[in-house]
Design a protein around this ligand. Structure first.
Ligand SMILES: [Fe+2]
Length: 174
């Protein structure tokens, strides 16, 4: 049987590390934004980066308010594959100053098409409503704040797929 203490411990780890993951995703999309020439695709990346950094702050503060925040956890280990996918994509981007369409597609595929990979957006879209249901402080306002993140994630999933589709189907501009 899972005790309340264990649930709160796990919830604290998930919340804390979700915030860490969002921060890493924000950096990743900022790198994509600054290395992409196509201004519209770059703008989509900027939007995802700004949203992710706002998610990181909100989740961190939710963890603090609910007293679930954990300073003793190695999120890189806890998130394992989720985190290493972001790291691998980031190290690939660090080798490039600008991305050609082909390289951009490679970078996106690193994020999206790895076997069995559930994107960060999907991960948080599924996880956040679950977390909201188990918070030790039950508040409609907190749930609304978390639902708002879920709505953003739905947009991110759609937007990332649309960008990849554009890169796959459209011939390179000029
Ligand atoms: Fe996110």
């Amino acid at each position: 049987m899972v005790s309340t203490e264990n649930v709160e411990e796990l919830l604290g780890k998930v919340l804390t590390c979700s915030s860490v993951l969002e921060r890493a995703v924000a950096e990743l999309y900022f790198a994509l934004y600054s290395k992409t020439d196509d201004p519209i695709i770059a703008l989509v990346f900027k939007k995802i980066s700004l949203d992710s950094s706002s998610h990181a702050s909100i989740l961190e503060e939710v963890a603090t308010i609910t007293k679930l925040k954990r300073g003793d956890i190695n999120c890189r280990e806890f998130l394992a594959e989720q985190y290493s996918i972001v790291e691998r994509a980031m190290s690939y981007l660090e080798t490039k100053t600008k991305l050609s369409r082909g390289e951009l597609r490679t970078a996106m595929e690193k994020l999206l098409l790895l076997e069995n990979y559930v994107g960060e957006e999907t991960y948080h879209r599924i996880l956040i409503p679950l977390m909201a249901g188990f918070l030790p402080i039950q508040s409609n306002l907190l749930v609304e704040l978390m639902n708002d993140i879920v709505e953003d994630e739905k947009f991110h999933e759609k937007a990332v797929k649309a960008v990849l589709e554009t890169l796959t189907t459209e011939s390179p501009a000029s």
